[in-house]
Design a protein. Structure first.
Lengths: 111, 193
């Protein structure tokens, strides 16, 4: 018990012994808690502390995403549209040539 | 700077964990005296720890005991109010605030030393039952002042009441406890050893 302001208990000499005896019993009861209760208290404490320990994980995830996007952008090479158009035209020419050849062959067969 | 901040944060988290480890058993016992149900007492303690970690972890370590007890006692009162709403009972939290002390009707037990009875009997369950029978405010005042070592001012702040009320509740708690030790009320033990 706090030494100051003992209220009316200080008027009775045996009250301090009485309070000490009660507190001693309370301490003993607290020490005799079953293991399951202590395990539950420990689990609750760890759960309460967990958000504090991992409070910065959203920032870590965001930073990782930004890093990955940056790396992908660094290696990105834009495609040459002119080259693609040229490839398409060449493919078209080749296709037309093959059609002409097939038609010619067909005419030869008929004759 | 970042390294220093990191180690400072780690040290604070370790200190907070040590503090919670030191108070959790007493907090559980304190809650159990009101709830008489292990699961509810565990919920109250865990909720208290969570609130302290989330909102007050940046406070100084010297402030943690007061803040912890303030949250704990409010959680206990919230639990009592919730139970009373569920059961449709009238509030008994402040019921004993203004009532005439019924102990004045009994003979003065000054001649009998209740401490000697407690020490002689070494009956923890009887002490716990006597504490359970106290009205909530009286039990809170007794536990905070006698067990947690709070002074009147800090007890009043933790409970949100005046210092005069703390003195009154504490005095009445002592009287009722001494009477309960001398003339115990028959009751089924709610605490397994």
């Amino acid at each position: 018990m706090h030494p100051d302001d003992n209220a009316r208990s200080s008027n009775e000499p045996h009250m301090n012994d009485f309070v000490a005896a009660i507190v001693k019993n309370l301490d003993q009861a607290t020490q005799q808690l079953p293991d399951s209760t202590q395990a539950a208290l420990t689990a609750g404490r760890e759960q309460a502390l967990r958000p504090a320990q991992h409070k910065h994980w959203p920032w870590a995830v965001a930073a990782s995403l930004l890093l990955a996007i940056g790396a992908m952008t660094w290696n990105y090479q834009p495609q040459d549209t002119d080259a693609m158009a040229l490839e398409l035209l060449q493919a078209d020419d080749q296709l037309l040539n093959e059609i002409d050849l097939l038609e010619t062959l067909a005419e030869v067969d008929e004759t | 700077m970042a390294v220093l901040a990191f180690f400072s944060r780690k040290a604070r988290e370790q200190a907070l964990e040590q503090f919670l480890t030191g108070v959790e058993r007493r907090a559980y016992q304190s809650a159990l005296l009101t709830t008489r149900r292990e699961a509810d007492a565990l919920d109250i303690v865990q909720d208290t720890m969570l609130q302290l970690v989330q909102h007050y972890r940046e406070h100084t370590a010297e402030e943690w005991p007061k803040l912890f007890q303030r949250i704990l006692q409010h959680r206990i009162v919230d639990w009592v109010r919730m139970r009373q709403r569920q059961q449709g009972l009238y509030s008994q939290i402040d019921a004993n605030e203004n009532e005439e002390d019924p102990l004045h009707q009994f003979a003065d037990p000054k001649d009998i030393n209740p401490a000697a009875i407690v020490i002689a009997q070494q009956d923890i369950n009887r002490v716990l039952n006597a504490l359970e029978l106290l009205p909530l405010r009286q039990r809170q005042c007794f536990l905070l002042r006698a067990w947690e070592g709070f002074d009147t001012e800090n007890t009043a702040q933790a409970l949100g009441i005046s210092t005069g009320s703390v003195k009154t509740h504490y005095s009445r708690a002592l009287e009722k406890l001494s009477k309960a030790m001398i003339c115990p009320t028959p009751q089924e033990p709610s605490h397994a050893p």
